[in-house]
Design a protein around this ligand. Structure first.
Ligand code: GLU
Length: 555
């Protein structure tokens, strides 16, 4: 067979050569050791935690090494295209502080290695398929759906591996030029298949293995590929296998970070790189994100259907601070991050040297409670004024009805958020915006409600008396100890023990203790029986509001 003639028959309009593309996309001019990584999402509109997890690895590898991180849109499967999906990917990741240096962007392609949409790279793929045909390494296959089904049924009943390989490929592999030409003239659809040189269906001791140094998993050894996989579909669009090989080569990618679901097809990719005569990138197959199932306590994959926390929108809606999410992801990404964090409590997380060899290849366990713990620590380090800005932006997007409260008096919000955060044992109860607002909502009259009931051992009459006397003696300029002294006096004179332990010892001698008295006051002012320091809260609320709230309960 004259393969050159065949290639011309199949790709008459492809006039560029592989060398043209090699020249158009030269090796990148980057410092020694710089890594080039990419995110290759399909534009399905759903961006999830796994994407962020992978993107963070990509971003860290590239930016820690002075390299480049680019965005390539893998849209060869147009059934999955969702309008606006690319903008969603970009803006969601930007929110988490992950920015691309190059690639698809909101203002079109940016960079010298484009086009960055696979759907715009048709000619490039075809040029390289043409090269494989010229070299006798790929061939057209006219098998119809029915014929494929027949082969599959035959293989299933013979209990052999299904697919097009060896004897099952021979019919298509052995077509003559004339037969192919006649098929094409008849308008028969066809795909292009790789002519695999791997051996299948041999006794296991004769199987040949590929060996790949995966940056996360170490040496990966798998039986080599022997399937004549499709590289170009009947539509002229490449399969993922072929497209990523061409793209990662021409875009000069050094590290491919992708989910472990791709591990299975690694032998195909290794063969494709070899047939193309190219050096494969370093693969980094990440572990699947797992969680402990709430119902049965078993470890399982995070699921789109069951777990709202898989979607990145969840974190934005709830108002997680991007730094908290990033910090948490680093703790699951690198086993030594927490230790580093302890030794460097105030260093920005970006200064941690992330490495793929400290990543676990078993399932990465995602735990919302742990995220919440990390978030408490992270928020503590963010100045209150900055948290105020964050709360305002969150409200603008997700709770517009409370935005005026924040915007009309940001200083008020800052004082609220700063409450009890200094000192040796700072309070750690701010976690995410939605929770923060619930936590502090009593500072805003519209959201202030009496949510707690007064302690059982305080009678209604006593409650009124406590509050009346509190009001009579209230002086907004009292310092904390003067203020508390007055509460003690009220307690003492009304028959409440000054020390809880005295009450516990002799419960019949007292109505309760000073804590019960201050709880009544707390409930009047905050509506809750638990809260930060009452005196400090009053200072923020101001005299007028404090007095009004106490009055409101004296009826
Ligand atoms: N387009 C693939 C996906 O959506 C990307 C795989 C890769 O990064 O190579 O999962």
């Amino acid at each position: 067979m004259d393969y050159n003639r065949l290639a011309e028959l199949l790709f008459p309009s492809i006039d560029k050569t592989p060398e043209d593309y090699e020249a158009m996309y030269p090796e990148r001019d980057l410092p020694e050791g710089a890594k080039v990584t990419r995110l290759g999402p399909s534009p399905t509109g759903f961006i999830h935690l796994g994407n962020l997890y992978g993107a963070l690895i990509d971003e860290r590898l590239a930016h820690q090494s002075g390299g480049t991180f680019y965005l390539r849109i893998e849209d060869t499967d147009d059934k999955r295209y969702v309008e606006g999906a690319v903008e969603t990917v970009i803006s969601s990741l930007r929110f988490f502080g992950i920015n691309f240096d190059e690639g698809a962007s909101e203002d079109g392609d940016k960079g010298a290695y484009g086009p960055y949409y696979q759907s715009n790279r048709g000619e490039i793929y075809q040029c390289f398929v043409k090269k494989l045909v010229q070299e006798g390494k790929a061939y057209p296959c006219f098998l119809t759906e029915d014929e494929l089904a027949e082969i599959r049924a035959e293989q299933e009943s013979a209990k052999v591996t299904t697919g097009i390989y060896g004897e099952y490929a021979s019919k298509s592999r052995n077509l003559t030029y004339e037969e192919i030409e006649a098929n094409i003239n008849e308008g028969k659809p066809y795909v292009i298949r790789l002519k695999s040189t791997g051996t299948g269906n041999v006794p296991s001791e004769e199987l040949k293995y590929i060996k790949v140094e995966d940056a996360i998993r170490g040496t990966v050894s798998m039986p080599e590929n022997f399937q004549d996989v499709v590289i170009l579909k009947a539509t002229g669009i490449p399969t993922y296998h072929f497209a990523h090989v061409v793209d990662d080569h021409l875009m000069r990618t050094t590290h491919v970070v992708r989910g472990e679901e791709w591990l299975m097809s690694l032998p195909i990719h290794v063969e494709l790189f070899e047939k193309m005569g190219w050096e494969p990138p370093t693969y980094c197959h990440t572990a699947v994100l797992m969680k402990i199932d709430d119902e049965n306590g078993n470890k399982r994959k995070l699921s789109k259907r069951k777990d709202p926390e898989l979607s990145l929108d969840y974190y934005r809606n709830e108002g997680y601070h991007p730094e908290a999410v990033k910090e948490y992801l680093l703790t699951i990404l690198n086993s030594n991050f927490e230790e580093w964090r302890m030794a460097n409590p105030d260093t920005p997380a970006d200064q941690f040297l992330f490495t793929t060899d400290k990543m676990s290849s078993g399932g990465a366990l995602f735990d919302l409670n742990k995220l919440n713990d990390v978030s408490k620590d992270v928020l503590l380090k963010i100045p209150a004024a900055e948290l105020t800005k964050f709360m305002i932006e969150w409200a603008r997007e997700f709770r517009p009805e409370i935005l005026p409260l924040f915007e009309s008096d940001p200083e008020y919000l800052t004082r609220i958020l700063d409450l009890g955060r200094d000192g040796k044992k700072p309070r750690k109860d701010l976690i995410y915006a939605k929770q923060i607002f619930e936590f502090i909502s009593y500072f805003y009259d519209d959201y202030f409600r009496i949510e707690a009931t007064i302690p059982e051992n305080v009678s209604d009459e006593d409650a009124v008396e406590i509050l009346t006397r509190y009001l009579e003696t209230y002086d907004h300029s009292d310092d904390q100890s003067q203020w508390f002294e007055k509460i003690r006096q009220i307690a003492d004179s009304m028959g409440y023990a000054l020390r809880p332990k005295d009450y516990k010892k002799n419960p019949d001698d007292y109505k309760g203790h000073v804590g019960h008295v201050s709880e009544v006051i707390r409930i009047a002012i905050m509506g809750r029986s638990q809260s930060p320091d009452v005196w400090e809260i009053q200072q923020i609320l101001g005299e007028e509001r404090t007095v009004e709230r106490v009055k409101a309960l004296i009826v």
